[in-house]
Design a protein around this ligand. Structure first.
Ligand code: C5P
Length: 231
């Protein structure tokens, strides 16, 4: 049976608010999910999140929280007034922190899907070794994903290369979100563990996070349409 079509999440990593609004207009109604990451959130703040939500889109707030348990939980409380569909935590923060976050999330952001980031898709084996991790990338991703699962984090962010392996180790309802997506011919940039949209679908992704292949295209609308057609 063919895998279901993953949803596209546009990573809104742009240099200013005007550019953000331009790209949102250009991509139109077909785009449902928008990821607001550090670059945009630190500049435009909660107002950008509200503007996107008011335009009928869902917001994935990619803050990759990573701190001591109390600080992470309090940070989540600070976000409680915002319309956030998904929020990222670094699984590296550890089990106690993840559990505090999911518990706090249940209380203050009950409709938000919490995601654990495993090993960043910009890191390969040598980058992982250079920060002292002796396991293979796959072992480390699995370890962090299991930790997140045990801590009741609803979704995992991983590279498309780990999807098939993780599906077999995690609870079936776990959502799998994957960046590191590059349509054939797109420059890799800093991404290392990549796949095309069709390959990631085949591997079982629920959501594809895509930034530069859409943002840097001469026509972002056409680039999005072509990825949708590939899926
Ligand atoms: O431009 P590109 O398609 O590489 O954008 C990928 C997006 O996904 C970026 O916003 C990046 O911060 C995010 N991301 C990632 N790898 C992770 C988690 C998030 O690339 N492991």
């Amino acid at each position: 049976m063919a895998n279901k079509r993953p949803e596209i999440i546009l990573a809104l990593d742009v240099n200013n608010r005007k550019q953000a609004e331009k790209i949102l207009q250009a991509t139109g109604d077909k785009l449902i999910w928008v990821k607001v990451g550090l670059q945009s959130f630190l500049r435009d703040g909660p107002d950008l999140v509200r503007t996107i939500a008011d335009s009928g889109k869902k917001v994935f707030l990619d803050l990759k929280l990573h701190d001591i348990p109390n600080t992470m939980a309090k940070a989540i409380e600070s976000l409680s007034e915002l319309p956030i569909g998904m929020l990222t935590l670094h699984a590296h923060a550890g089990e106690e922190a993840l559990q505090r976050c999911t518990q706090t999330g249940k209380e203050v952001l009950p409709d938000t899907l919490f995601l654990a980031v495993t090993v960043l898709t910009s890191m390969d084996q040598s980058a992982l070794s250079s920060v002292g991790v002796q396991s293979t990338v796959l072992e480390q991703v699995e370890r962090l994903a299991r930790l997140a699962n045990q801590s009741k984090v609803g979704g995992i962010v991983c590279s498309p290369h780990e999807l098939v392996h993780l599906r077999a180790c995690l609870s079936p309802q776990t959502k799998m979100i994957t960046p590191g997506i590059r349509p054939a011919g797109s420059p890799f940039g800093d991404q290392k563990r990549i796949m095309t949209p069709a390959e990631a679908k085949q591997a079982g992704a629920d959501y594809l996070v895509i930034g530069r292949p859409i943002l840097a295209a001469a026509s972002p609308a056409l680039a999005l349409a072509s990825i949708m057609a590939e899926l």
